[in-house]
Design a protein around this ligand. Sequence first.
Ligand code: CP
Ligand code: NVA
Length: 296
Amino acid sequence: MRHLLEIDDLDADELRDVLDRAKKPAEGVLRGRGVGLVFEKPSTRTRHSTEMAVVQLGGHPVTVQGAEVGIDTRESAEDVARTLSAYHAAIGARVFEHHKVERLAAAGSVPVVNLLSDEAHPLQAIADLLTIEAEFGSLDGRVITYVGDPNNVFRSLALAAGMSGAHIRVAAPASHPVPQVMLDRIAASGIDVAVHDRPEAAVAGADVVYTDTWTSMGQEAQAEQRRRDFEGFTVDDTLLDQAASGVILLHCLPAHRGEEVTAAALEGARSRIWVQAANRMHAARAAIWWLIDKAS
Ligand code: CP
Ligand code: NVA
């Protein structure tokens, strides 16, 4: 049984297959079948894009909030996985601890898709690649610079883009360095990350500048401190001017204008955030289709 808990659950050829499927319809793949979706955190894009992806595949999404299902409070992750496997062709889960999606995958008998954990956001990474490919034709040799908090979105992006031949750079403040365990995890896939502690040098010549919130879901109590820690890491037009002339700006959203990115940059001509958000649905459809194919 194949799962998508992090993007390198796919090898490079399989990732290519998923990206190609994202450009095709796949009506009927899930006809008469369900996909159970559990959200322990809020969501706009992931819930709507995944539900609509299931509809496009001919299936029926059943979404529940985390508290309703109560993974490890009402019953164990294992019992939830076994139960949902009896009704659904696949399970999607947005969780705090990454270990929970691993436990769902280990205990259930259907594919599990990680809809964001503290460590990874693979469906976002697929949408990111689709957006970059639409712009540049290919990832190969492109320079992708991530500015800000080296978080779940960064890890999946670095893995996905690195697997596709891009050069990865990251700029994070000394107070929030890229964790060594994350660099090791990325290096295990043969991907080299150039680490900077200032954004200016990191964006020089970059084809893609990517940023995400300084305060991820679950870290709200640290928001004020994080605003201070990440001062100087706001992506604005002056920073983008130092990148390659055809640079595009990506952000997984939700955005915090005036913090990790200025409103002007986000709304500017170099931004591709709405194409990127739209690609979430194509990414979800392709990934679920691929997983269902492998399971049958
Ligand atoms: N990018 C993303 O995952 O957005 P949501 O949190 O709204 O799903
Ligand atoms: N890093 C953010 C991404 C939200 C889509 C978070 O985990 O909250």
